[in-house]
Design a protein around this ligand. Structure first.
Ligand code: AMP
Ligand code: MN
Ligand code: MN
Ligand code: MN
Length: 287
């Protein structure tokens, strides 16, 4: 069975490794097909593609788009997108611009709590100065001695109700799915178990997502406890959505490693069913 991991991050967003090192780690972990899905940026795809060709694994061009829906932040993964798509590029650039403005407000809020220099500090942890996020703030807060580790930095700061958390308007679900589809990609709802929605709200989200042309949800992901896989596999089936699998890897030693997670439940329809890049892999493994 192929090891297919369709969700991970490089230092183009809030991962720690450059794209080529993410790909090398995937290959070392036995991954056959990898999607690089950086937050709101496709700038790592080209380097990842070259590294994948060298390592002999298949690279799927991906992205994870930040969306506001139902008063919460929701993530939509785009798979097999065209990184040169003008509509996608313009949309992502606008989101990244918003991130810079949000970072100023986060820093101001931390300053009101007595923590100064967070804006400059966080940027010191952003390899891509166009893509600043809460994880960069968390890494700086740890280094500056305000929290013992990244998880604690999120718990004490950066989350709703705590210093450094500011409300932010991301793009709409309609825009995110629309840009992904306009670039030829498939829209997948990321880690549905991570949102603070009740069952009714989640069903509304899945209905809206599907009506806009979304076709998949993540079932087996580093963002789900293994006890949740069955629930989201059942939801995928009930809503006629395909299932995806991805570690949501960010850094060695943090969370699930690339490719190191269970396969999809057997009754799922995988998001990759019918992808031509898998034909080549399957036939070469038979040759
Ligand atoms: P942002 O898109 O800048 O708001 O940052 C969201 C990212 O922060 C996620 O993709 C995770 O990588 C990270 N994150 C969010 N919540 C936590 C948490 N509680 N602990 C550790 N990392 C988190
Ligand atoms: Mn992240
Ligand atoms: Mn996410
Ligand atoms: Mn992610």
């Amino acid at each position: 069975m192929l090891n297919i991991d369709l969700h991970c991050h490089s230092d183009v967003s809030d991962g720690l490794l450059p794209p080529a090192e993410v790909v090398a780690r995937a290959a070392a972990n036995g991954v056959d097909v990898l999607a690089l899905t950086d937050h709101d940026d496709v700038g790592g795809i080209e380097a990842a593609r070259s590294a994948a060709a060298a390592a002999g694994i298949a690279l799927v061009a991906g992205v994870e788009i930040s969306v506001s829906w139902g008063g919460q932040t929701v993530h939509v993964v785009g798979l097999r997108v065209d990184p040169r798509s003008a509509a996608l590029a313009a949309g992502l650039q606008e989101i990244r611009r918003g991130r810079i403005e949000r970072a100023r407000r986060m820093s101001d809020d931390l300053a009101r709590a007595g923590i100064r220099g967070a804006y400059e500090g966080a940027y010191g942890y952003a390899a891509n100065k166009q893509m600043i996020g809460r994880t960069h703030f968390a890494r700086w807060l740890v280094a500056a001695g305000h929290a013992p580790d990244v998880r604690a930095a999120f718990r004490r700061f950066l989350t709703r109700g705590n210093p450094g958390y500011v409300e932010h308007q991301w793009t709409t679900l309609e825009n995110a799915v629309g840009w992904i589809r306009a670039s030829g990609g498939s829209a997948v709802l990321a880690h549905p178990g991570r949102y603070p929605f009740n069952a009714r709200e989640l069903h509304l989200l899945l209905d809206a997502f599907r009506a806009l042309g979304g076709i998949g949800i993540e079932v087996v992901t580093g963002g789900h406890h293994p006890s949740e896989y069955g629930k989201y596999a059942d939801l995928a089936r009930a809503f006629g959505l395909r299932a995806s699998r991805g570690a949501d890897f960010h850094a060695p030693g943090e969370g699930v490693d690339i490719g190191r997670l269970p396969h999809l439940p057997h009754y799922c329809v995988p998001i990759w069913q019918g992808w031509p890049e898998l034909d080549a892999l399957l036939s070469s493994s038979l040759a």
